[in-house]
Structure formats: structure tokens, C-alpha cells
Ligand binder design. Structure first.
Ligand code: HEM
Length: 371
């Protein structure tokens, strides 16, 4: 009898092992297709297949998902709704297209504004200031503007944190010791701040609308401003009244997007105040809340992106604009360069002083430094 270590015997065993392995692999690859072969050969197998909806339990849950009433322990608007399909649709929409695409427009706007500033630079004053100042904004207008601006920025930061915090902020903080606890504390605070600042912004934009709507209807100079691309096309500064066309667009953005954000925010927060909610003629069910949430996020993000443009123009983009909104006064040269039709009107009304103002020293000092 040959020994187990006999080379010929070992070779034969190896050959059997390799072929067995190859056959097993081939069989496992081919086997899953076997079902197709069987059904192709035996059409009665298909006929005998059970229809997909024959399971009575599946049919029941399908009906429930479709909105058929049942009995649930929920009290109020949605008693009887066992599965709210709208909630699933809302989650998919919020975590899908909204979450994946919309925050990029905010980042895109930041990039655009930075590139514009690097290429174009600041819109500088063309004439050296004489020291004559004209009044552009009253104390009340400035108060409303800055309260609204601060509340808007708080809402934008806390809103973005609520939308993106878990995906962007949490992974960053998790790497630091105590980072998760810090994120939890910040998130709690962010929600509270958002809820407090919401009403502040709402009052602010209503006041802005009442104060400034009169200056923001289409008027003389607008068409020329559009044709000149706000001064980008050609080298002539386009004519403008108290508000130029760009500012008018920003104003109407506040009226539309601002109101959508405020109204949808009210719908989201009112169910927490049932005594107030009962005076509002609408049902606060989860479908309405999900819709309000979608409007709130979409309008809020678009508004934020446009606001970045406004904030840039009001600060680094235009020399002297921020001084106007901080002190209430602009130099006569600034008014003439940016809002010539308004400046002409002030002159006709005798509202442009003949002598340099004592406050002008501050304006001149800023100007001298930047020359
Ligand atoms: C840090 C943030 C902000 C800065 C630095 C800023 C700056 C300015 C400046 C300098 C002006 C005067 C422009 C001029 O004299 O022609 C102005 C006007 C105005 N701002 Fe702001 N702003 C900010 C945020 C906001 C926000 C959040 C809103 C509204 C939600 C807003 C609404 C307005 C409106 C309605 C005007 C009147 C002129 C116009 O229609 O553009 N601002 N802002």
C-alpha cells in the first residue's frame, strides 16, 4: 500500500481539492440564476406564485400607511392616524434635497462675495469729503435696523446649527474631550435663542416695512441702474433716489422671504402655546407643521444667502455706507455719488448744510486714513 506522503498520491489529492473548490465557486455563482431557469422551463411555477398583496397583515399596514383611520392613543388633531406617511416624506425631503443642496447656496454666496471683493475691491468715494454731512437715517430707523440685524444673525447661526449641527458640528467637537456634552449644551441654548429672537426679528421686519415701503416702489433711476448693472457695466455711476434699485430688491426680499419665514415660524411655535393657538383658525397637525418647516428652512436659507450680499455691500463693499447706518449721517459727497437724485432733492429742500458739520471731523478722519 502506498504511503500518505507518496508524492503521486499528494499530487492527486491536490488536484481533487483544486477542482472541488473551482466547482463549488462556479456552482455558487450560477445557483442564484437557477430560479430563472426553473420559471422559464415551468410556466406553472409563475402562475402559482402568490400575489404580492395577498398577506392580510401587509394589506392592513398598507391601508394604514395610506391614511385609513384606526384607533390610537394620540389625543387631538390626529386621533386615529396610526402612521403619518407625511412625516416620513418630510424627513426624506429635509434630509435629502434640502439638507444636501441648500446650505451650499449660503457658502456659495460667501465665496462669490469674497471673489468679487478680491477682484473689484471696495467701492470708494471719488471726491475728497468737504466735511458737509447730510442726515440719512433717523435714530429710530437705526435702532430698528440694528436690532433686526442682530436678531437675524442670531437666528441664522442657531438655525444653521439646528439644520447642520449633527452632521457638521458634532463630528468636529466629538474629537475634543467633553465635546459631545458641549454640543448638547449648545444645541439646547441654540433652540432657546432661536425661539426668543424669532419674535424680535418679526417685529423688526414689520417696522422696517412700515418705515421704508414708501421709498421702495419702482421709480426714477431704476431702469438706468439695472442697465448699468448697479455700476458694474460702464464707468458711470448710475443715478438713484434715496434707495437704489439693488436696495429696493433687498427690501422686497425682506417682505417676501421674511414674511414666509415669520409665518412658518409662528406655525411651528404656536402648538407650544395652546392658549394662543386656539385663536388661530388652522389645525396644527403634523402635516401642516412639516409643510411649515419646509417653507421655513427653504426661505430662511435663500434669505441668508441674499443677506450676505447686503451685509457685504453695507460694510467692506461700500466706503461710507456703514458710517451712515451707525451715525445717521453721510458725507455730501457720498450722498451725491451713490444717491444723486435723493441728494438733489435734499438740496432743493434746503436740507444740505452750507458749512461743514462738527461731527464731520469723525467722517473726515476715517476718510483721511483710507486715502
Ligand atoms: C451685520 C449685518 C448688517 C449690516 C452691516 C448692514 C448694513 C447696512 C447699511 C450700511 C445700510 C445702509 C445702506 C445705505 O445707506 O444705503 C443698511 C440698510 C438696510 N438694511 Fe442692513 N445691514 C445688516 C443686516 C441687515 C439685516 C439682517 C436686514 C434685514 C433683515 C437689513 C435690512 C436693511 C434694510 C431694509 C436697509 C435699508 C436699505 C435697503 O433697502 O437696503 N440689514 N444696512
Amino acid at each position: 500500500m502506498r504511503k500518505k506522503t507518496d508524492p503521486a498520491r499528494v499530487k492527486r489529492r491536490k488536484k481533487i481539492a483544486v477542482w472541488s473548490f473551482a466547482l463549488i465557486m462556479l456552482a455558487s455563482l450560477v445557483a442564484p440564476f437557477g430560479g430563472f431557469v426553473i420559471t422559464a422551463l415551468d410556466s406553472s411555477a409563475v402562475a402559482q406564485e402568490k400575489p404580492a398583496d395577498s398577506n392580510p397583515r401587509s394589506n392592513y399596514w398598507r391601508a394604514v400607511k395610506g391614511g385609513v383611520d384606526g384607533v390610537s392613543t394620540v389625543q387631538g388633531a390626529e386621533t386615529g392616524v396610526l402612521i403619518n406617511q407625511g412625516g416620513t416624506d418630510w424627513t426624506n425631503f429635509r434630509q435629502g434635497p434640502v439638507f444636501k443642496n441648500l446650505p451650499w447656496i449660503v457658502l456659495g454666496m460667501l465665496v462669490l462675495v469674497t471673489l468679487y471683493h478680491l477682484i473689484h475691491g471696495k467701492n470708494k468715494l471719488e471726491k475728497r469729503p468737504s466735511g458737509i454731512l447730510v442726515k440719512r437715517w433717523s435714530g429710530f430707523e437705526r435702532l430698528v435696523h440694528w436690532v433686526t440685524a442682530v436678531s437675524f444673525i442670531c437666528l441664522a447661526i442657531t438655525g444653521l446649527s439646528m439644520l447642520l449641527g449633527r452632521t457638521v458640528l458634532l463630528p468636529l467637537l466629538s474629537g475634543i474631550e467633553g465635546g459631545k456634552a458641549a454640543f448638547a449644551a449648545w444645541s439646547q441654548f441654540a433652540i432657546q435663542l432661536h425661539n426668543i429672537m424669532g419674535p424680535v426679528l418679526s417685529v423688526g421686519i414689520v417696522l422696517m416695512i412700515v418705515m421704508w415701503i414708501w421709498f421702495n416702489f419702482p421709480g426714477k433711476g431704476d431702469w438706468g441702474w439695472i442697465k448699468a448693472g448697479g455700476g458694474l457695466v460702464g464707468n458711470k455711476h448710475p443715478s438713484a433716489g434715496r434707495m437704489n434699485f439693488g436696495e429696493k430688491v433687498w427690501f422686497w426680499v425682506i417682505c417676501t422671504f421674511g414674511l414666509v419665514v415669520v409665518v412658518s415660524g409662528v406655525v411651528l411655535v404656536l402648538p407650544s402655546f395652546p392658549s394662543m393657538a386656539e385663536y388661530v383658525p388652522m389645525t396644527f397637525d403634523r402635516n401642516n407643521m412639516a409643510e411649515a418647516n419646509q417653507f421655513h428652512i427653504i426661505a430662511g436659507l435663500i434669505w441668508m444667502a441674499i443677506a450676505i450680499g447686503h451685509i457685504y455691500i453695507g460694510t467692506a463693499g461700500t466706503e461710507g455706507a456703514l458710517q451712515g447706518m451707525s451715525t445717521g449721517y453721510v458725507t455730501a459727497e457720498w450722498a451725491e455719488q451713490h444717491h444723486n437724485l435723493w441728494f438733489d432733492k435734499l438740496q432743493r429742500q434746503g436740507k444740505v448744510p452750507r458749512q461743514p458739520d462738527r461731527y464731520a471731523r469723525g467722517h473726515n478722519a476715517v476718510r483721511q486714513r483710507s486715502l
